[in-house]
Write a protein that binds this ligand. Structure first.
Ligand code: PLP
Ligand code: TYF
Length: 398
C-alpha cells in the first residue's frame, strides 16, 4: 500500500540542522532552527530544570496515567503565569487550561475544537507567520487566510493594512496573533495596537487566537503577556496556545498548554468536555515529565527565582546580540540600515536579503539560515559575529 506514496521534502527549518551538522567548515554558523544557544553554541538544560528534575526524581512515586487535561496543579500555575493570578476572567471561572504536548499540540488541539464548534471557521494568520501554523491548523480541516502584517520595506508592522483586512473578519472566524516575539519577523504589536485589535474583535465578533511560544524572551514575563491579558479583559472568548519549550528550555519534553477563555463558566465546562474528547481522539493524554518539571519550578519560590534569573540571562543575551550585530554591520560598511535588528524582539528577524543572497551565505560562507532570510539571533556569538557581519556585507556587495 505504501508504494504509491511520493517522497516529501523535510521540514524547511528542521532540515537545516542536518545540513549544518554535515558541514566541515570550521567557521560554520547555525542561525537556522529557533532554539536558544549560549556563547558556546550549546542549548544546556536550565539550572532550575536540573534541580527540579532531581527533586522530582526523589519524590515521584507513580507513573500512573495523568488523564486528558494533565496535572491540575501544573495547569493552574501556568494559567497564573499567562494571565496573572488575579485576572478577572480567572476569578469569573471562565478560563480552562489543559496540558498539551508542546505548543504544537496546543495549536492542534485548539484547531480540532474549533472544527467541532464551527466546521466552516476560517483562521486568519499573519503574513508571514510560522510555517508550521499551516499544517497544524489546516490539517484539522480549517480554512486558512492571511492578513497583511510585516512590511519588508519599512521593516515594521503595516498596521493600517492589517486593520483594513481584519475589519472585514466577523463572528465565527478566528484571528491568530503572536503574543510576543513574532516568529519569523521579530516585529510585535505595541500596546496601542493591541488595544485597537482588541476593540475590533469586540466590535466585529471574531475570536482572537494567540500563540505565545516565547513568553519572557521579549521584554519580560509580565510585559510579554500584555496582549493576552488585555484581550482576556476585553473579549468574551479567547484561545491561548502557550509553550514551555523556549522559556523553560524543555524543547524535547513537549510541554505546553492550551488555555481558553469562554463567555461563561457553563460554556467553559461544555468546552472542556469537548476538548477532552479531542484529546482522546488524538493522543489520550499528554506526556508528564516536562510539565511536572514546570510544576515543580513554579511551585517553589526558590526555583522560580532561579528560573527568572536564567530567563533574564537568555533575554539579555539575545538583546545584546541584536545590538552587536547591528554595530558590526555598520562597522563593516554594510549598505543599508540594519537598525531594525536592534529594535525588533525575540529570537528572530529577517535579514531582508534575497533568496540568491541567502543561498550564497549558506553555500559560500557556511552560514545557515531559513530561505526567507530569517535568522536565529541566539546563534550569533562574540566569536562568530565578525565573520557573520563580513559575510553579510560580502553577499550584499556581490
Ligand atoms: N508557535 C511558534 C510561533 C513557535 O515558534 C513554536 C516553536 O518553537 C511553537 C509554536 C511550538 O513549539 P513547541 O511545540 O516546541 O512547544
Ligand atoms: O521556528 C523555529 O525555528 C522554532 C523551532 O517543526 C521549530 O519554532 C521549527 C520547526 C518545527 C518545530 C519547531
Amino acid at each position: 500500500m505504501f508504494e504509491g506514496l511520493t517522497a516529501l521534502p523535510a521540514d524547511p527549518i528542521l532540515g537545516l540542522s542536518a545540513a549544518y551538522k554535515a558541514d566541515t567548515n570550521p567557521n560554520k554558523v547555525d542561525l537556522g532552527v529557533g532554539v536558544y544557544k549560549d556563547e558556546q553554541g550549546n542549548t544546556p538544560v536550565l539550572r532550575a530544570v536540573k534541580q527540579a528534575e532531581q527533586a522530582y526524581f526523589n519524590t515521584e512515586n507513580t507513573k500512573v496515567y495523568i488523564g486528558p487535561p494533565g496535572s491540575a496543579a501544573a495547569n493552574t500555575l501556568l494559567q497564573n503565569l499567562i494571565f496573572g493570578a488575579d485576572h478577572a476572567a480567572i476569578k469569573a471561572n471562565r478560563v480552562r487550561t489543559i496540558q498539551t504536548p508542546g505548543g504544537c499540540g496546543s495549536l492542534r488541539d485548539a484547531a480540532e475544537l474549533i472544527k467541532k464548534a464551527n466546521p466552516s471557521a476560517t483562521v486568519w494568520v499573519s503574513d508571514p507567520t510560522w510555517a508550521n501554523h499551516i499544517p497544524l491548523l489546516g490539517n484539522a480541516g480549517l480554512a486558512i487566510k492571511t492578513y497583511p502584517y510585516y512590511d519588508h520595506a519599512s521593516k515594521s508592522v503595516n498596521f493600517d493594512a492589517m486593520m483594513e483586512t481584519l475589519s472585514k473578519v466577523g463572528k465565527g472566524d478566528l484571528v491568530l496573533l503572536h503574543g510576543c516575539c513574532h516568529n519569523p519577523c521579530g516585529a510585535d504589536l505595541n500596546q496601542t495596537q493591541w488595544q485597537a485589535v482588541a476593540q475590533l474583535a469586540l466590535k466585529n465578533g471574531f475570536t482572537p487566537f494567540i500563540d505565545m511560544a516565547y513568553q519572557g524572551f521579549g521584554e519580560g514575563l509580565e510585559q510579554d503577556a500584555y496582549g493576552v491579558r488585555l484581550m482576556a479583559n476585553t473579549v468574551p472568548e479567547l484561545i491561548v496556545s502557550s509553550s514551555c519549550s523556549k522559556n523553560f528550555g524543555l524543547y524535547r519534553e513537549r510541554a505546553g498548554a492550551l488555555s481558553i477563555v469562554y463567555a461563561s463558566a457553563a460554556d467553559a465546562d461544555k468546552g472542556q468536555s469537548n476538548l477532552f474528547s479531542v484529546v482522546r481522539g488524538m493522543y489520550s493524554m499528554p506526556p508528564n515529565h516536562g510539565s511536572a518539571i514546570v510544576e515543580t519550578i513554579l511551585g517553589s519560590a526558590t526555583l522560580t527565582a532561579e528560573w527568572h534569573q536564567e530567563l533574564a540571562e537568555m533575554r539579555d543575551r539575545i538583546k545584546a546580540l541584536r545590538a552587536l550585530l547591528n554595530k558590526k554591520l555598520i562597522e563593516k560598511g554594510a549598505p543599508g540600515d540594519f537598525n531594525f535588528i536592534e529594535q525588533q524582539s525575540g529570537m528572530f528577524s529577517f535579514l531582508g536579503i534575497n533568496k540568491a543572497q541567502v543561498q550564497s551565505l549558506v553555500q559560500d560562507y557556511s552560514i545557515y539560515l531559513v530561505d526567507s532570510s530569517r535568522i536565529n539571533i541566539a546563534g550569533i556569538s562574540l566569536t562568530n559575529v565578525d565573520y557573520l557581519a563580513e559575510s553579510i556585507v560580502a553577499v550584499l556587495k556581490q
